[in-house]
Write a protein that binds this ligand. Structure first.
Ligand code: FES
Length: 93
């Protein structure tokens, strides 16, 4: 895996994707975390990576609250649960 893709991180955090707890790099946006889990499909997906296209919308539950977030902007916290993802996000887990 190309380490240059990711912001420096000193640990992995747990998020839930598709009902399964997965370890992803801390200090990275949610889209980077999904790329970490599904490198090919996210790398070659239709994403601007800068908040413009909105193709990376994800519904999450964090801190007891559900909300829609832009995955290329928001960094997940420990325990974040991904409830649904946009059609453009195809995960090969
Ligand atoms: S990838 Fe375009 S807004 Fe997130």
């Amino acid at each position: 895996m190309n380490p240059d893709l990711f912001e420096p991180y000193d640990r992995l955090i747990e998020i839930t994707v598709d009902g399964t707890v997965r370890n992803v790099p801390a200090n990275n946006t949610l889209l980077r975390c999904l790329q970490y889990l599904s490198l090919e499909s996210i790398s070659y997906g239709d994403f601007c990576w800068n908040g413009d296209c909105l193709n990376c919308r994800v519904r999450v539950k964090a801190g007891g609250k559900e909300k829609d977030v832009i995955a290329c902007i928001v960094k997940p916290e420990e325990g974040t649960e991904i409830l649904s993802v946009s059609d453009e996000i195809r995960l090969e887990l």
